[in-house]
Design a protein around this ligand. Structure first.
Ligand SMILES: O=C[C@H](O)[C@H](O)[C@H](O)COP(=O)(O)O
Length: 258
């Protein structure tokens, strides 16, 4: 362990059990999977848990033993927030256009099933996340334990499958989800008090949240949704993650592998 990198078992609480859980998962995932002399292109996801991934990599950057290696990393963002995570931790920023082949990517998830299939997109970043995660040789999930479904997707995450769509197609996609795919409920994600009208993604699209209840065959559902005219991408990440780290508020972490 690098001298200046804080030991996980010695971390002071952040005063918030959920944040402690997220940090524990993220720190352990970085420590156990980032190969400093092998990896160079690193995908950084979006959301509140992956914040601690960027923070942990930044700690290695500040350590004299690892600084030279980590300063050579190129970090690929998955949206505006992710881009700023990379910059805030003084890591080198790259683009997916420059580095289409990624060594390892870390990201959060909204729900993870027993086969490591995922629902992502709770923060409306699913498109660039899937572009990065599927461009990576290794994709690691970091989450607090609430995200682990006992079995199927849709069990705990009840906000629906996030779907990125072309704005002009929102009525058509909504109708097709209800009439062809028999979604129970379909909503255009609204900005609420933060923004009058729909949420607009980093790619200038809309997000639809479609509730299908418990999802027994996420691969088929993903395929069926993708075939609809106007759909850009779904928040169903199929056969993509190889490991998932679930953090608990006491600092323990459960690792689930494919
Ligand atoms: O669109 C957002 C992403 O899919 C996030 O990775 C996901 O929503 C999990 O976010 P958090 O780590 O904040 O729970």
């Amino acid at each position: 362990m690098a001298a200046s990198v804080p030991r996980i078992d010695g971390l002071e609480s952040l005063g918030n059990p959920l944040e402690d859980a997220k940090r524990a998962a993220a720190y352990r995932a970085v420590d156990e999977n980032l190969k400093f002399d092998e990896h160079k292109i690193v995908g950084i996801g979006s959301g509140s848990t992956v914040v601690y991934v960027a923070e942990r990599i930044g700690q290695y950057l500040q350590d004299s033993e690892y600084s030279d290696l980590v300063s050579k990393f190129v970090c690929i963002p998955t949206g505006f927030q992710s881009r700023n995570l990379i910059l805030d931790n003084k890591l080198q920023l790259g683009s997916i256009e420059q580095y289409p082949r990624i060594d390892i990517a870390f990201d959060g998830a909204d729900e993870v099933d027993e086969h490591l299939q995922l629902i992502k997109g709770g923060g409306a970043c699913l498109f660039q996340e899937k572009l990065v995660s599927t461009s990576a040789k290794t994709f690691i999930i970091v989450a607090d334990s609430r995200k682990k479904s006992p079995k199927h997707l849709g069990k705990n995450w009840r906000q629906g499958v996030p779907i990125e769509i072309v704005p002009s197609a929102y009525v058509r996609v909504k109708n097709d989800l209800l009439e062809q795919l028999h979604a129970d409920k379909v909503d255009i994600r609204q900005g609420g008090s933060a923004k009058a009208g729909p949420v607009v993604t980093d790619n200038s699209n809309f997000i639809i949240d479609a509730d299908f209840g418990e999802i027994k065959d996420p691969r088929k559902l993903h395929t069926d949704i993708k075939l609809l005219v106007g759909v850009v991408e779904t928040g169903l990440f199929i056969d993509n993650a190889s490991k998932a780290y679930f953090g608990n508020s006491d600092g323990t972490v459960e690792l689930v592998t494919k």
